[in-house]
Design a protein around this ligand. Sequence first.
Ligand SMILES: Cc1ncc(COP(=O)(O)O)c(C=O)c1O
Length: 397
Amino acid sequence: MPEKKYDFDTVLDRRNTCSLKWEFCEQVLGVPDVIPMWVADMDFPAPPEVVEAVIRRARHGAYGYPFIPRSFWSAIINWMKTRHNWDIKREWLSSCHGVVPALNLCVQTFTAPGDKIIVQSPVYYPFFSAVENNGRRVVGNPLRFENGTWSMDFDDLKKKIDRRTRMIILCSPHNPVGRVWRKEELEALAEICLKHDLLIVSDEIHAEHVYRGHKHIPIASISSEIAARTLTLTAPSKAFNIAGLTTSVVIIPNQRLLNLYRTQLENLGLTVNNIFGLVALEAAYTHGAGWLDQLMAYLEDNMDFARKYFSDHIPRIKFLKPEGTYLALLNCRALGLPQKELNEFFLKKARVYFDEGPVFGPELEGYERMNLACPRATLAEALSRIEKAVRELEDRS
Ligand SMILES: Cc1ncc(COP(=O)(O)O)c(C=O)c1O
């Protein structure tokens, strides 16, 4: 076991720091004293090496237009090699202001209005809006839930593809079902995409958050044929808690596609990056591995702690431990509350705030998505609030 060097136990007060997660309940919903366990960021500071790099840059004082140094690209290339065993080249790389903006750019660049795009629901809801807001059509290829695990439905996928289908948006690892796709699954998916000439947009923003016994495989690393039709979107923002610095990575080995992407970036005037995001990305990918390993052990302990707590004290709520991501689904159907009441129950009675299941797709009616990236003390307090509220609900019925 490596020596414990980093502290994830100290509770960080995030109020009054322009934090969406922490301001929303009070300022928008008007409910104070809520533990927010919704939007996917963490209640831990970024690794000290990242914080120091940002402070150093901030102290410099001149914040004029940035130039992306060679060391930035090298940090990405080395990270992909050491962490994901993926050999990528400088010529394949571009950037964006986030994975969601890059996703929208890919939809705009590589498909035409009216085209069909496959989305595997339940899934991170901006996948739907990236398609629909750009005038394309969502074709659902819902995941199947059998024997406690989620899987892709390849037969359904084959049936759904027609002449207007151009693209599939893959979530790997998958938010919110927490699957880390195995090689055979990715190969089966890729084979269908090759056969039907579909582009693959692979959102791999959760790649670094994978638990023991699982391994993230970038789909483009499987073969050069697959790489040639894949647009991989990723970022250090989830892993190192730097989403507010709005810097992401776009990996497109196919030069023709990459040129189209870059032209679109230019046409929209999006070529200027956030200077602190550049610094933070490079520091995270260069110095963050040890911190990340310890974070993962901590998060996995959080998952096990919550699973045991639900099963021992709140058995009517089924906690589904994910293979990756710090997000877990709670099956709350046994509480017998319609979705709207369920959300109100957690917000106003338990005073914890989750993302409601159906925003990810109708498959998650009666579910909530819980974000467990917080100190153990915060998690314990949230669980005890939920337990108390469920008791009161049971006493009433
Ligand atoms: C699958 C997925 N993609 C993208 C994002 C957000 O990416 P960004 O903040 O870089 O736009 C999230 C955040 O929760 C996510 O879960």
